[in-house]
Design a protein around this ligand. Structure first.
Ligand SMILES: O=C(O)CCC(=O)C(=O)O
Length: 346
């Protein structure tokens, strides 16, 4: 599905226009009649288990320069574990709000209620229609003891162990993927390890529930309004309900939104802003959003972000005299803190 909004229209109303595509047909199930059906975006598929690492690295480079998004298959995280995490996540969100608020988000860990997050204040001033739960790094950082919050064991007996298993496994996938990303940038495969990015990374698993309602008192709402991710790389699993859309050219006056279809067993991977800074915008941190599907949706992005002390500065292979670094070096922890402050107001 492709929908388009102009920057100007976006600030007034989310008006849509059609792309000159022969495949466009009206979508009766569209949100408030706003959508038109079109071909879904065909993202590249990367096989993490392929022994031909150089070919995988080349494919990653192409995916990251063209889309900033790709599917990752054969990553080794069992479907059964993904299903268990989704089930445990659903159980948590079913708890009464009062119980969930006992674990309200502190130090970026724990529960955030509906509308707590405003990713794009121009289109979603009321806040995004989702509730979430953040689980941070499992190891203590060099600066503080572990700050994760967990639901009481008697209430959710296998919750913590399930989330910890998933966190560990996806973090290990993130490390393998990062070594291919390093190769794709003509660097040694342990480059990100050597600069301290993936040693005690700032890895955050986020459980998300979108209630799925399309309008509230005539106001259009978003599950997640338009944003790019802040960090290094994100690995997303969902329950298969549609909603995720990407805008490949965030600087264009007219924004075109394309659906990202679900593929069973694949992670949807996207590049974050810090990777875009490292690569001097060679790799794209692509704008994306979640549209309400008219039904409940669960997802779980895993933000594999650099160690907070790692300094993110333009990689040598990504700049030259004619293409000097576009961003000054910045400590990852400082960058992330500022981005969260802008999103949550605290
Ligand atoms: O739920 C999704 O599909 C995407 C979530 C997302 O974009 C985010 O949390 O940054």
């Amino acid at each position: 599905m492709i929908t388009c909004t102009t920057q100007l229209e976006k600030s007034n109303k989310d008006t849509l226009c059609t792309l000159p595509s022969p495949s466009l047909v009206p979508n009766p199930a569209g949100v408030g009649g706003r959508k038109l059906m079109a071909t879904a975006l065909k993202l590249p598929i990367i096989d993490l288990s392929s022994p031909d690492r150089l070919s995988s690295a080349t494919a990653i480079r192409q995916a990251c320069t063209e889309y900033g998004f790709f599917y990752l298959v054969n990553h080794g995280v069992k479907e059964e574990l993904v299903t268990r995490v989704l089930e445990e996540s659903k159980k948590f969100f079913l708890l009464p709000l009062e119980e969930k608020m006992k674990l309200a988000r502190k130090e970026h860990r724990g529960y955030s209620p509906l509308y707590a997050e405003i990713l794009d204040p121009s289109s979603s001033p009321k806040g995004d229609s989702k509730e979430s739960y953040y689980i941070g790094p499992l190891e203590d950082s060099s600066h503080q003891k572990n700050l994760n919050q967990w639901p009481p064991e008697d209430m959710m007996p296998s919750w913590k162990s399930t989330m910890e298993s998933y966190h560990r496994e996806v973090e290990s996938v993130g490390r393998k993927l990062l070594s291919l990303i390093a190769l794709s940038l003509n660097l040694e495969d342990n480059f990100f390890e050597k600069i301290g990015a993936s040693n005690k990374p700032s890895s955050f698993l986020r459980l998300l529930r979108y209630p799925g309602e399309v309008m509230i008192s005539k106001e259009e709402i978003y599950g997640a309004s338009a944003h790019s991710d802040y960090g290094m790389v994100t690995l997303l699993a969902t329950d298969g309900i549609p909603g995720l859309q990407v805008c490949r050219d965030k600087d264009k006056h007219q924004r075109c939104w394309e659906d990202v279809p679900h593929i069973n067993g694949a992670f949807i991977v996207n590049i974050g802003d810090m990777m875009e800074r490292w690569t001097n915008c060679l790799f794209r941190s692509t704008l994306h959003r979640v549209m309400p599907a008219g039904q409940e949706r669960f997802s779980m992005p895993f933000f594999f972000d650099p160690n907070e002390d790692c300094v993110v500065e333009c990689i040598k292979s990504c700049c030259s005299d004619s293409s000097p670094p576009r961003f000054p070096p910045i400590r990852s922890g400082d960058y992330l803190r500022e981005r969260f402050r802008l999103t949550y107001g605290a």
